[in-house]
Design a protein around this ligand. Structure first.
Ligand SMILES: [Zn+2]
Length: 389
């Protein structure tokens, strides 16, 4: 039977109402016993919506709770992400936990950063490194045969759950071939994230990660992982600086990477400018500005050579999670700039506009005069910031 758009809207809103009600119940719960009650009902609703590809109701409920700035928003977001990245499956060996994971890599290069098929050899090297150093003994691991940029990660909750299902169906091969034709184009930045994605499966309720077994901690796992993948990543990222991050469950790993990418992009930019222009960091001047639409959207940092007028490079420092103009973000940016060797840092106290270049769409960056200008790297002909025109 065909339904009219208005009746579909009616249904979506009823389902969103139900999610909001359950998430608020969970947020106000006063005991573990009550938590379980709300959680199991919330999980059931979310599973049904994911099954029906009803992304609209999930997002409508999140939007509604975000407006109220309630703890229920966090509860609902956690519950949805949890159901998307994790599932319990029945197998001949009993119940198994199946978890989507990400192993992010921070990278920078003067050349465009690659996104590419890993190839069977590197996929297998990475899978073996994950099994040996990251995941518990009794687990199976499958890796997607692609090195993803942030633009190419699955976009919606439904697509992410579907990707987890595709990976699951290749657990016995250990490798999921990826249809590269369906992937988005990648915006190019001097520094960016790349992702290795996969699924780990193990007996339900047992350890999935090595650190859960109590023999090694996360730092030791991270150090062993770095060492194990250095050679394979070196092949994937020729002429690039890179830092592998700790592989973790998908959503938390992506958040780790977003957070770590901000200081990484500053140190990469300073290294890039100093090499390209044959200068030392104390020759650079950085100007930090808060850029606003209705509210603070992001910070932008313009780089100039001391006593020169042009902004030669710029970086966007996005706000993450609950950060706003009351957060100590500027102090954090200043600390990272100082740690990178800069001694001259200007902070503009006025609200700057979120301006972009009309020609190429590149963000404009602040200069020491308090203007938003186009970043242009002199003479070398190399791209400054994200775009070249
Ligand atoms: Zn432009």
């Amino acid at each position: 039977m065909k339904t009219s758009p208005s009746s579909r809207r009616g249904r979506a809103s009823r389902e969103a109402d139900r999610l909001v009600e359950l998430a608020e119940g969970l947020a106000q719960s006063g005991s573990r016993a009550e938590d379980h009650f709300w959680e199991s009902r919330l999980d059931g609703e979310i599973d049904a919506l994911l099954q029906n590809n009803d992304e609209g109701s999930l997002n409508a409920a999140l939007d509604r709770l975000a407006d109220r700035e309630s703890r229920a928003y966090e509860e609902l977001a956690d519950a949805i992400e949890g159901r998307v990245e994790h599932v319990l499956v029945r197998s001949s060996d009993g119940q198994r936990d199946v978890l989507l994971f990400a192993a992010p890599v921070l990278a920078w290069s003067r050349m465009p950063l690659p996104t590419r098929v890993l190839g069977t050899k590197i996929t297998e090297e990475i899978r073996q490194a994950l099994k040996a150093h990251v995941f518990a003994d009794d687990t199976d691991v499958v890796v997607a045969d692609y090195f993803f940029s942030p633009d190419q990660l699955p976009e919606s909750f439904g697509e992410t759950a579907e990707f987890r299902t595709s990976l699951m169906s290749h657990l016995s091969d250990g490798r999921l071939p990826v249809d590269t034709g369906s992937l988005n184009e990648t915006a190019q930045f001097l520094a960016d994230q790349r992702y290795i994605l996969g699924v780990v499966a193990g007996p339900a309720g047992k350890a999935l990660f090595k650190w859960q077994e109590g023999m090694v901690n996360r730092e030791e796992v991270h150090a062993a992982w770095n060492q194990a993948v250095e050679k394979s990543l070196g092949e994937l990222l020729p002429a690039c600086g890179f830092e592998p991050m700790l592989p973790r469950a998908y959503y938390v790993a992506c958040r780790d990477a977003d957070r770590a990418a901000r200081p990484f992009s500053i140190s990469a930019s300073v290294a890039f400018l100093c090499t390209t222009l044959s200068i030392t960091p104390n020759n650079l001047v950085a100007t930090i500005a808060g850029c606003y639409n209705r509210q603070l959207e992001e910070y932008r940092i313009g780089f100039q050579v001391a006593d020169e007028e042009e902004v030669i490079h710029g970086i966007v420092w996005p706000l993450l999670g609950a950060e706003d103009e009351m957060s100590d973000v500027i102090e954090e940016v200043e600390t990272v700039l100082k740690d990178s060797g800069l001694v001259r840092i200007e902070v503009l106290r006025q609200r700057m506009p979120m301006e972009y270049c009309d020609d190429c769409g590149a963000p404009l960056y602040p200069n020491t005069e308090g203007e938003m200008v186009h970043a242009e790297l002199p003479e070398t002909g190399e791209p400054s910031g994200a775009h070249l025109h």
